[in-house]
Design a protein around this ligand. Structure first.
Ligand code: ZN
Length: 163
């Protein structure tokens, strides 16, 4: 962002509340780019006693992760993951458990991760190209590579469900 969206003046970098931020150069306006993280829900889906991971159409071969999505206005996070599971996989969610909050600094997101049990027949929407079903041993051994946030969520979930 180069110009103020409120008054079109130049944006300058200035220290606000101890952090360097882009602010409007017009002292009458003082518009500030706060750059707050965007909340995102993620679902670690259990389907027929296996963990379901999916590959986004835009991702390279072999890269699978949880399903994710943004919240709609007025939507609670648990409702959002229920809706995303229905939209992306065609599955109905039963039990939902919160796993934790995870900062995804590279994308300035705060991921709210849920473990969900889902039922029905899988119908992938246009965002996804394929899915895989893994048992506990397979998920424990899975190398998530650069998906470090996914690896952390899965490992926290495994620590909770297995002795
Ligand atoms: Zn301005």
């Amino acid at each position: 962002m180069k110009y103020c969206p409120e008054c079109k003046a130049d944006l300058n970098t200035r220290c606000v509340d101890g952090i360097e931020r882009l602010t409007c150069s017009d002292p009458q306006c003082r518009f500030t780019v706060w750059d707050n993280p965007v909340p995102v829900v993620a679902g670690l889906v259990t389907y027929r006693d296996k963990l379901l991971l999916a590959r986004n159409r835009a991702w390279p071969e072999g890269v699978f992760s949880m399903i994710t999505g943004y919240l709609e206005r007025h939507e609670a996070p648990a409702e959002a993951i229920r809706r995303e599971t229905r939209e992306e996989l065609g599955l109905e969610v039963g039990d939902i458990r919160f796993i934790g909050h995870y900062p995804f600094i590279a994308k300035n997101q705060l991921i709210m991760a849920f473990a969900v049990r889902a039922e029905g027949d899988i119908h992938l929407n246009e965002e996804l190209s394929e899915f895989e079903l893994l048992d506990l041993n397979q998920i424990r051994q899975k190398d998530f590579g650069r998906l470090v946030v996914t690896a952390k969520i899965v490992s926290d979930w495994l620590a909770r469900v297995t002795p």
